[in-house]
Design a protein around this ligand. Sequence first.
Ligand SMILES: N[C@@H](CCC(=O)N[C@@H](CS)C(=O)NCC(=O)O)C(=O)O
Length: 314
Amino acid sequence: MGQLVNGVWHDTWYDTKNNGGKFVREDAGFRDWVQDNPQAKFQPESGRYHLYVSLACPWAHRTLILRMLKGLEPHIDVTVVCPDMLSEGWQMGLPEPLFGHTRLHQIYTQAKADYTGRVTVPVLWDKKTQTIVSNESSEIIRMFNREFDRLTGNVDDYYPQHLRSVIDEWNDYIYPAINNGVYRCGFATTQEAYEEAYQQLFEALDRVDRHLETHRYLAGNQITEADWRLFTTLIRFDAVYVGHFKCNKQRIQDYPNLNGYLKELYQVEGIAQTTDFYHIKRHYYFSHTSINPTQIVPQGPQLDLESPHGRMHL
Ligand SMILES: N[C@@H](CCC(=O)N[C@@H](CS)C(=O)NCC(=O)O)C(=O)O
């Protein structure tokens, strides 16, 4: 775990001292957009972009899901990093195909030689202009949702106009409390910071669970971006966040509605193939040595994600 300072890699853990023990996530550094418009710098073209992901990471997982759902797999190739993120940060098991690099930070300095900031996944690389288009998953999934439609002919829309305000509202609520909330629990270095995050997290899960009693999905009758953004946290919850991040009030399995909702999303065609529990468990338990110094990866839990989800009546 570390970061780049003026293009030089430093092995440092998150600094929570200046924030009263709270974990504060840094904003992504590359924020360009692929756009389907003739003036755009980054245009949607088959084979032009490369995606660097970790299968462990919930933010990267979103991009893999949208890539799959939108028929982009033949058009955007992928490098998967190794699950262990230690003193060199994210690393490739084999040299990656574009430059032969074996560390993700080399991709960042390839784009910007004096880059300063954390080296995170996902990364969307442009082979034509030789740079990083974006390392912000919430924006990469918007590009995947729409900008390649003419190329793929897939016009499924996970951020439809008429639901945008509802989706935005859920995203704004779920991101700090749940998606980032589990990290705020796990990476807190004071009791107060942990308890604050924990309370907010379980209040939010209760609220979402109540909502799902009468709504099939977050925004109503159709699966949207908001569901996929929540899914990638829920699917990691019982396997990792309950134990490793101390989010242990109750499991997703114990919620009357979230449990079936999670199963239904997991059972959508192609989604299970984007989910890798080996990478997920190994990454968190083995990489965060300040939380789990023995690096022992638990054997359990046994998850039941394949049985009927029971949400057809909604
Ligand atoms: N805002 C980013 C956050 C991505 C992120 O923080 N990814 C984590 C993996 S789960 C990472 O690469 N962390 C490395 C680090 O912070 O040094 C996004 O959503 O794309």
